[in-house]
Design a protein around this ligand. Structure first.
Ligand code: HEC
Ligand code: HEC
Length: 276
Protein backbone atom coordinates (compact mmCIF):
# COMPACT_ATOMS: atom_id res chain seq x y z
CA UNK A 1 0.00 0.00 0.00
CA UNK A 2 1.23 3.51 -0.82
CA UNK A 3 1.91 5.83 2.05
CA UNK A 4 -0.55 8.64 1.55
CA UNK A 5 0.00 11.27 4.23
CA UNK A 6 -3.37 12.97 4.18
CA UNK A 7 -5.65 10.17 5.40
CA UNK A 8 -3.20 9.23 8.18
CA UNK A 9 -2.96 12.77 9.49
CA UNK A 10 -6.70 12.92 9.31
CA UNK A 11 -7.03 9.68 11.25
CA UNK A 12 -4.60 10.92 13.89
CA UNK A 13 -6.56 14.17 14.29
CA UNK A 14 -9.79 12.29 14.77
CA UNK A 15 -8.24 10.14 17.48
CA UNK A 16 -6.73 13.12 19.30
CA UNK A 17 -10.03 14.96 19.19
CA UNK A 18 -11.82 11.88 20.42
CA UNK A 19 -9.31 11.48 23.26
CA UNK A 20 -9.67 15.06 24.48
CA UNK A 21 -13.44 14.89 24.25
CA UNK A 22 -13.32 11.78 26.39
CA UNK A 23 -11.16 13.58 28.95
CA UNK A 24 -13.65 16.45 29.29
CA UNK A 25 -16.85 14.53 29.73
CA UNK A 26 -16.95 11.13 31.38
CA UNK A 27 -19.11 9.50 28.75
CA UNK A 28 -19.51 5.75 28.97
CA UNK A 29 -18.80 5.12 25.30
CA UNK A 30 -15.23 6.03 24.46
CA UNK A 31 -14.39 5.42 20.81
CA UNK A 32 -10.82 4.62 21.70
CA UNK A 33 -11.54 2.07 24.43
CA UNK A 34 -10.04 -1.28 23.61
CA UNK A 35 -7.42 0.22 21.30
CA UNK A 36 -4.14 -0.42 23.03
CA UNK A 37 -1.60 2.38 23.57
CA UNK A 38 0.82 1.00 20.95
CA UNK A 39 -1.89 1.13 18.30
CA UNK A 40 -2.81 4.66 19.37
CA UNK A 41 0.81 5.79 19.16
CA UNK A 42 1.00 4.17 15.73
CA UNK A 43 -2.03 6.07 14.54
CA UNK A 44 -0.90 9.36 16.08
CA UNK A 45 2.54 9.11 14.48
CA UNK A 46 1.05 8.24 11.11
CA UNK A 47 3.06 5.03 11.09
CA UNK A 48 2.44 2.32 8.55
CA UNK A 49 0.94 -1.06 9.22
CA UNK A 50 2.44 -3.21 11.97
CA UNK A 51 5.56 -5.07 10.83
CA UNK A 52 5.45 -8.86 10.68
CA UNK A 53 7.50 -9.73 13.78
CA UNK A 54 8.27 -13.29 12.69
CA UNK A 55 9.53 -12.18 9.30
CA UNK A 56 11.57 -9.43 11.00
CA UNK A 57 13.32 -12.07 13.13
CA UNK A 58 14.15 -14.10 10.04
CA UNK A 59 15.37 -10.91 8.37
CA UNK A 60 17.79 -10.00 11.19
CA UNK A 61 20.62 -12.34 10.17
CA UNK A 62 20.06 -11.57 6.47
CA UNK A 63 20.37 -7.88 7.27
CA UNK A 64 23.41 -8.51 9.47
CA UNK A 65 25.35 -10.27 6.75
CA UNK A 66 24.30 -8.17 3.75
CA UNK A 67 23.55 -4.66 4.91
CA UNK A 68 24.94 -3.87 8.35
CA UNK A 69 28.45 -3.09 7.18
CA UNK A 70 27.17 -0.11 5.28
CA UNK A 71 24.02 0.86 7.17
CA UNK A 72 25.05 -0.01 10.73
CA UNK A 73 23.94 -2.94 12.90
CA UNK A 74 20.56 -1.42 13.72
CA UNK A 75 20.16 0.50 10.46
CA UNK A 76 21.02 3.84 12.02
CA UNK A 77 23.57 4.48 9.32
CA UNK A 78 27.31 4.05 8.86
CA UNK A 79 28.95 4.47 5.49
CA UNK A 80 25.47 4.24 3.97
CA UNK A 81 22.58 6.41 5.20
CA UNK A 82 20.33 5.69 8.16
CA UNK A 83 17.43 3.55 7.03
CA UNK A 84 15.25 4.58 9.95
CA UNK A 85 14.58 7.98 8.40
CA UNK A 86 14.70 6.89 4.77
CA UNK A 87 11.76 7.91 2.59
CA UNK A 88 12.26 4.74 0.57
CA UNK A 89 11.72 2.63 3.69
CA UNK A 90 9.00 4.78 5.22
CA UNK A 91 7.07 4.74 1.93
CA UNK A 92 6.81 0.96 2.09
CA UNK A 93 4.62 -1.24 4.25
CA UNK A 94 5.53 -4.89 3.69
CA UNK A 95 8.19 -4.91 1.01
CA UNK A 96 5.91 -4.24 -1.94
CA UNK A 97 8.19 -1.39 -3.07
CA UNK A 98 11.35 -1.98 -1.11
CA UNK A 99 12.02 -5.48 -2.46
CA UNK A 100 12.26 -4.23 -6.04
CA UNK A 101 14.36 -1.27 -4.88
CA UNK A 102 16.83 -3.69 -3.24
CA UNK A 103 16.92 -5.88 -6.35
CA UNK A 104 17.97 -2.85 -8.40
CA UNK A 105 19.99 -0.95 -5.82
CA UNK A 106 21.69 2.27 -6.88
CA UNK A 107 25.01 0.85 -7.99
CA UNK A 108 26.29 4.19 -9.28
CA UNK A 109 25.90 5.61 -5.76
CA UNK A 110 27.36 2.74 -3.81
CA UNK A 111 24.15 0.87 -3.03
CA UNK A 112 24.59 -2.63 -4.51
CA UNK A 113 21.83 -4.49 -6.35
CA UNK A 114 20.72 -7.55 -4.42
CA UNK A 115 19.16 -9.40 -7.32
CA UNK A 116 20.77 -12.67 -6.26
CA UNK A 117 19.20 -12.79 -2.80
CA UNK A 118 15.90 -14.71 -2.82
CA UNK A 119 12.89 -12.33 -2.77
CA UNK A 120 11.67 -14.01 0.43
CA UNK A 121 14.93 -13.02 2.17
CA UNK A 122 14.59 -9.48 0.86
CA UNK A 123 11.03 -9.33 2.10
CA UNK A 124 12.21 -10.47 5.56
CA UNK A 125 14.87 -7.73 5.51
CA UNK A 126 12.22 -5.12 4.80
CA UNK A 127 10.20 -6.38 7.78
CA UNK A 128 13.38 -6.19 9.86
CA UNK A 129 13.80 -2.54 8.85
CA UNK A 130 10.20 -1.73 9.66
CA UNK A 131 10.63 -3.46 13.01
CA UNK A 132 13.70 -1.30 13.77
CA UNK A 133 11.68 1.83 13.04
CA UNK A 134 8.91 0.49 15.22
CA UNK A 135 11.32 -0.22 18.09
CA UNK A 136 12.73 3.29 18.01
CA UNK A 137 9.56 5.23 17.50
CA UNK A 138 6.63 3.40 18.98
CA UNK A 139 7.10 3.99 22.66
CA UNK A 140 3.54 2.90 23.26
CA UNK A 141 4.80 -0.62 22.72
CA UNK A 142 7.25 -0.40 25.58
CA UNK A 143 4.58 0.53 28.06
CA UNK A 144 2.23 -2.18 26.96
CA UNK A 145 4.68 -5.00 26.57
CA UNK A 146 6.51 -4.14 29.77
CA UNK A 147 9.83 -5.66 29.20
CA UNK A 148 10.26 -7.20 32.64
CA UNK A 149 7.37 -9.62 32.38
CA UNK A 150 9.57 -12.71 32.24
CA UNK A 151 10.35 -15.32 34.87
CA UNK A 152 13.90 -14.83 36.23
CA UNK A 153 14.15 -18.48 37.39
CA UNK A 154 13.45 -19.74 33.87
CA UNK A 155 15.86 -17.11 32.61
CA UNK A 156 18.57 -18.49 34.89
CA UNK A 157 18.00 -22.02 33.59
CA UNK A 158 18.26 -20.76 30.02
CA UNK A 159 21.37 -18.79 30.87
CA UNK A 160 23.04 -21.86 32.38
CA UNK A 161 22.14 -23.89 29.31
CA UNK A 162 22.86 -21.41 26.53
CA UNK A 163 25.18 -18.69 27.75
CA UNK A 164 27.34 -19.99 30.60
CA UNK A 165 29.98 -21.54 28.41
CA UNK A 166 30.99 -18.01 27.44
CA UNK A 167 29.64 -15.77 30.23
CA UNK A 168 29.20 -15.66 33.97
CA UNK A 169 26.97 -13.37 36.04
CA UNK A 170 29.71 -13.19 38.68
CA UNK A 171 32.39 -12.53 36.04
CA UNK A 172 32.10 -10.60 32.79
CA UNK A 173 28.36 -9.95 33.19
CA UNK A 174 28.49 -9.02 36.89
CA UNK A 175 26.15 -6.08 37.71
CA UNK A 176 24.90 -6.06 34.12
CA UNK A 177 21.41 -5.23 35.41
CA UNK A 178 22.70 -2.07 37.07
CA UNK A 179 24.49 -0.88 33.95
CA UNK A 180 21.55 -0.75 31.56
CA UNK A 181 17.91 0.20 31.59
CA UNK A 182 15.81 -2.87 30.78
CA UNK A 183 15.24 -2.03 27.13
CA UNK A 184 18.93 -1.34 26.49
CA UNK A 185 19.85 -4.41 28.49
CA UNK A 186 17.68 -6.52 26.24
CA UNK A 187 19.03 -4.96 23.08
CA UNK A 188 22.55 -5.42 24.36
CA UNK A 189 22.34 -9.10 25.10
CA UNK A 190 20.46 -9.95 21.92
CA UNK A 191 22.77 -7.96 19.71
CA UNK A 192 25.85 -6.55 21.49
CA UNK A 193 27.10 -3.44 19.69
CA UNK A 194 30.35 -3.75 17.81
CA UNK A 195 32.01 -0.78 19.44
CA UNK A 196 34.95 -2.64 20.89
CA UNK A 197 38.16 -4.05 19.39
CA UNK A 198 37.35 -7.46 20.94
CA UNK A 199 34.28 -7.64 18.71
CA UNK A 200 35.99 -6.88 15.42
CA UNK A 201 35.19 -9.28 12.61
CA UNK A 202 38.29 -10.67 10.96
CA UNK A 203 38.58 -12.68 7.77
CA UNK A 204 40.97 -14.59 5.58
CA UNK A 205 40.36 -14.75 1.85
CA UNK A 206 42.22 -16.94 -0.58
CA UNK A 207 41.79 -16.31 -4.28
CA UNK A 208 43.88 -16.60 -7.43
CA UNK A 209 45.77 -13.44 -6.34
CA UNK A 210 46.86 -14.91 -3.01
CA UNK A 211 45.80 -14.91 0.64
CA UNK A 212 44.81 -11.83 2.64
CA UNK A 213 43.99 -11.68 6.36
CA UNK A 214 42.78 -8.76 8.45
CA UNK A 215 39.73 -6.85 9.57
CA UNK A 216 36.61 -7.39 7.53
CA UNK A 217 35.43 -3.95 6.49
CA UNK A 218 32.89 -4.77 3.83
CA UNK A 219 30.96 -7.83 2.87
CA UNK A 220 28.20 -8.56 0.44
CA UNK A 221 27.36 -11.39 -1.93
CA UNK A 222 29.75 -10.15 -4.59
CA UNK A 223 32.64 -8.55 -2.86
CA UNK A 224 34.68 -8.52 0.31
CA UNK A 225 37.06 -5.84 1.61
CA UNK A 226 39.75 -6.82 4.07
CA UNK A 227 41.88 -4.19 5.79
CA UNK A 228 45.28 -5.69 6.47
CA UNK A 229 47.62 -4.97 9.39
CA UNK A 230 49.23 -2.09 7.48
CA UNK A 231 45.82 -0.44 7.04
CA UNK A 232 45.62 -1.22 3.34
CA UNK A 233 42.15 -2.10 2.04
CA UNK A 234 42.22 -5.14 -0.24
CA UNK A 235 39.14 -5.73 -2.38
CA UNK A 236 38.35 -9.27 -3.41
CA UNK A 237 35.57 -10.31 -5.77
CA UNK A 238 33.63 -13.28 -4.46
CA UNK A 239 33.94 -15.56 -7.45
CA UNK A 240 33.54 -19.32 -7.32
CA UNK A 241 37.26 -19.81 -6.68
CA UNK A 242 37.41 -17.51 -3.64
CA UNK A 243 37.65 -19.16 -0.24
CA UNK A 244 36.52 -16.91 2.59
CA UNK A 245 36.80 -17.67 6.31
CA UNK A 246 35.10 -15.21 8.62
CA UNK A 247 35.77 -15.04 12.32
CA UNK A 248 33.01 -13.12 14.01
CA UNK A 249 33.17 -13.10 17.82
CA UNK A 250 29.46 -12.29 17.90
CA UNK A 251 28.42 -14.96 15.40
CA UNK A 252 26.72 -16.99 18.11
CA UNK A 253 24.54 -14.04 19.03
CA UNK A 254 23.56 -13.53 15.40
CA UNK A 255 22.68 -17.20 15.03
CA UNK A 256 20.71 -17.16 18.27
CA UNK A 257 18.39 -14.32 17.32
CA UNK A 258 16.08 -16.12 14.88
CA UNK A 259 15.58 -19.01 17.32
CA UNK A 260 14.57 -16.85 20.27
CA UNK A 261 10.93 -17.00 21.29
CA UNK A 262 9.31 -14.04 23.02
CA UNK A 263 9.24 -15.99 26.29
CA UNK A 264 12.95 -16.82 26.11
CA UNK A 265 13.72 -13.17 25.54
CA UNK A 266 11.59 -11.94 28.42
CA UNK A 267 12.86 -14.60 30.83
CA UNK A 268 16.49 -13.90 30.01
CA UNK A 269 16.08 -10.15 30.35
CA UNK A 270 14.25 -10.59 33.67
CA UNK A 271 17.13 -12.73 34.96
CA UNK A 272 19.90 -10.42 33.75
CA UNK A 273 18.06 -7.41 35.15
CA UNK A 274 18.35 -8.95 38.64
CA UNK A 275 22.16 -8.92 38.38
CA UNK A 276 22.56 -5.58 40.16
C1 HEC B 1 28.36 -1.44 0.03
C2 HEC B 1 27.56 -0.65 0.94
C3 HEC B 1 26.08 -0.95 1.00
C4 HEC B 1 25.47 -2.15 1.26
C5 HEC B 1 26.13 -3.51 1.46
C6 HEC B 1 24.06 -1.88 1.33
N1 HEC B 1 23.82 -0.55 1.12
FE1 HEC B 1 22.02 0.34 1.04
N2 HEC B 1 22.89 2.10 0.49
C7 HEC B 1 24.26 2.32 0.41
C8 HEC B 1 24.50 3.70 0.00
C9 HEC B 1 25.85 4.35 -0.16
C10 HEC B 1 23.21 4.27 -0.18
C11 HEC B 1 22.90 5.71 -0.62
C12 HEC B 1 22.70 5.70 -2.10
C13 HEC B 1 22.30 7.07 -2.60
O1 HEC B 1 22.99 8.05 -2.25
O2 HEC B 1 21.30 7.16 -3.30
C14 HEC B 1 22.24 3.25 0.15
C15 HEC B 1 20.87 3.43 0.08
C16 HEC B 1 19.94 2.52 0.56
C17 HEC B 1 18.52 2.76 0.65
C18 HEC B 1 17.80 4.02 0.19
C19 HEC B 1 17.92 5.06 1.25
C20 HEC B 1 17.23 6.35 0.80
O3 HEC B 1 16.29 6.76 1.49
O4 HEC B 1 17.64 6.92 -0.22
C21 HEC B 1 17.95 1.65 1.21
C22 HEC B 1 16.49 1.43 1.52
C23 HEC B 1 19.02 0.71 1.44
N3 HEC B 1 20.20 1.27 1.02
C24 HEC B 1 18.84 -0.54 2.00
C25 HEC B 1 19.83 -1.52 2.06
C26 HEC B 1 19.60 -2.88 2.46
C27 HEC B 1 18.29 -3.43 3.01
C28 HEC B 1 20.78 -3.54 2.29
C29 HEC B 1 21.05 -5.03 2.49
C30 HEC B 1 20.20 -5.95 1.78
C31 HEC B 1 21.76 -2.57 1.83
N4 HEC B 1 21.14 -1.37 1.68
C32 HEC B 1 23.10 -2.84 1.60
C33 HEC B 1 25.25 1.39 0.67
C34 HEC B 1 25.04 0.06 0.91
C1 HEC C 1 30.06 -18.81 22.05
C2 HEC C 1 30.20 -17.80 23.07
C3 HEC C 1 29.00 -16.98 23.46
C4 HEC C 1 27.74 -17.44 23.78
C5 HEC C 1 27.18 -18.83 23.76
C6 HEC C 1 27.01 -16.27 24.22
N1 HEC C 1 27.81 -15.16 24.14
FE1 HEC C 1 27.36 -13.28 24.77
N2 HEC C 1 29.12 -12.59 24.04
C7 HEC C 1 30.11 -13.37 23.51
C8 HEC C 1 31.20 -12.52 23.09
C9 HEC C 1 32.50 -12.96 22.46
C10 HEC C 1 30.80 -11.20 23.38
C11 HEC C 1 31.59 -9.92 23.15
C12 HEC C 1 32.42 -9.71 24.39
C13 HEC C 1 33.30 -8.50 24.31
O1 HEC C 1 33.46 -7.90 23.26
O2 HEC C 1 33.86 -8.15 25.36
C14 HEC C 1 29.50 -11.28 24.01
C15 HEC C 1 28.78 -10.19 24.48
C16 HEC C 1 27.64 -10.29 25.25
C17 HEC C 1 27.02 -9.19 25.95
C18 HEC C 1 27.45 -7.73 25.93
C19 HEC C 1 28.39 -7.50 27.06
C20 HEC C 1 28.88 -6.07 27.06
O3 HEC C 1 29.79 -5.80 27.84
O4 HEC C 1 28.40 -5.24 26.28
C21 HEC C 1 25.93 -9.69 26.62
C22 HEC C 1 24.98 -8.91 27.53
C23 HEC C 1 25.87 -11.10 26.31
N3 HEC C 1 26.92 -11.42 25.49
C24 HEC C 1 24.90 -11.96 26.77
C25 HEC C 1 24.75 -13.28 26.34
C26 HEC C 1 23.62 -14.11 26.67
C27 HEC C 1 22.44 -13.69 27.53
C28 HEC C 1 23.84 -15.32 26.07
C29 HEC C 1 22.96 -16.55 26.06
C30 HEC C 1 21.62 -16.39 25.55
C31 HEC C 1 25.11 -15.23 25.36
N4 HEC C 1 25.61 -13.98 25.55
C32 HEC C 1 25.69 -16.26 24.67
C33 HEC C 1 30.12 -14.74 23.41
C34 HEC C 1 29.02 -15.55 23.66
Amino acid sequence: MMMIPTPRIFAATVILVAASAAAQEPVTQRPNAGVNPAERTRAALGMGTRPDAEAAKRGAPVYASNCSFCHGPSARGAEGPSLLTSDVVLGDDHGEKLVSFLQQGRPSKGMPAFERLPPTDLKDVTEFLHQQIENYTNRGDYKVANILVGDPAKGKAAFDAKCSQCHSVSGDLAHVGAKFKPLDLQRNWISPPRNSPTRTVTATATSSTGTVSGTLTRLDDFRVDITDAAGKVVRIDRTAGTKLTINDPLARHMEMVPSLMDDDIHNMTAYLEKQK
